[in-house]
Design a protein around this ligand. Sequence first.
Ligand code: UD1
Length: 419
Amino acid sequence: MEKLVIEGGRPLNGKIRVSGAKNACLPILAASILAEGKYTISNIPSLVDIRTMLSLLGEVGVETDRDGEVVQLNTVADNDAFTAPYELVKTMRASVLTLGPLLAKKGRAKVSLPGGCAIGERPVDQHLKALRLMGADIEVEHGYIDASCSRLKGAEITFDMVTVTGTENIMMAAALAEGKTVLYNAAQEPEVVDLAKFLKKMGAVISGEGSRTIVIEGVDRLESADYNVMADRIEAGTYLCAAAGAGGHLILENAPVYAMKAILDKLGETGLELKILDDSTIDIRSEKRLLGIDATTHPYPGFPTDMQAQFMAVMVKSRGISVITETIFENRFMHVSELKRMGADIRLMDKSAVIKGVKKLSAAPVMASDLRASASLVIAGLMAEGTTEVHRVYHLDRGYEKFDIKLAAAGAKIERVKE
Ligand code: UD1
């Protein structure tokens, strides 16, 4: 196991380049199940979750070869493997993204049922409901989703809540179904749009992506395609929060500015200086104590739940009171008790955290509980007086490429140490 050791109190100064978006790469890689042939997918970050998806693809007949940011895929013809095993799925819930493509392409899918995780129960009932409406027979037995169909049929599906991977799974399945599928109350996330663009390159007929209603006209076959994945808006937002909290002057390159409005607006409200230099470059200066402001998480285009923990770290040292409300996941405040150990004044009231800004944070050993909570603790470490140790950094490595190295290059004193 490894930990991060951070000497706080130093501002960030310099440039950081944003990597490809994990949450766009995962469904795009899964979509390669839908058509035989060779693919070149670029802007793929080096992350544990990506490695897990490549291993899963290997289990179902997709050969993978990685060289830096580029992954070559070869989906072999006539491979009849259809199982996503527990050993892989238990490490990454997004493995469920193989369900739709396997079922649509092979008529059979056996995918381990993802369990709960630190941030909540996270069921997949909406994925299953939609596939059943499309004609799939689904049993949930022995911890596996066992689904079969002759050919999926287009259907009108209304999701009970906005689900990102649910929308992606069904969009992929519907691309090869017979007839038209309409998804109501669909997720509008930019990663859903990126997947739709890739599927269209493969020959899928999709319209309405990015809105609440997506229409997919099923086709008989898709073809392999090449694609350059969008940059990661959450990684970009995390570095902006790091600069906002630690202070200094940071230039963020390769940021997907078009997808970051809610994040940029919220940070702007705190009184720091944010300049958009062009469609992928953001200049942030944080030189005085920021203003505490309120934020509530919502599906896109609202403020993302994946930014809530990092934003809270910034708020703990801001002026006045801020209220952060989490509406997407029921248990996404695991970072609160750790931030309190560093001197933060936070009270939890149902779905909200009420934060009274303190003048200083003091370093402490803290424990990461999930991906974004770990990023929040690193940011707090940068803001604190003294040396903070963040344990269980493997959570961080699931979703941030070279987090410590990128921050160190921008002036942070941060080191990875074996425990
Ligand atoms: C995706 C993102 C994750 C992000 C989340 C919300 C990926 C790989 N992960 O996760 O980083 O935090 O969106 O923006 O893209 N729900 C159900 N039944 C379902 C599906 C979802 O009740 O069948 C509930 C969930 O428990 C949660 C809410 O709906 O409360 C939203 O979840 P969802 O959008 O599905 O999250 P993921 O797609 O798993």
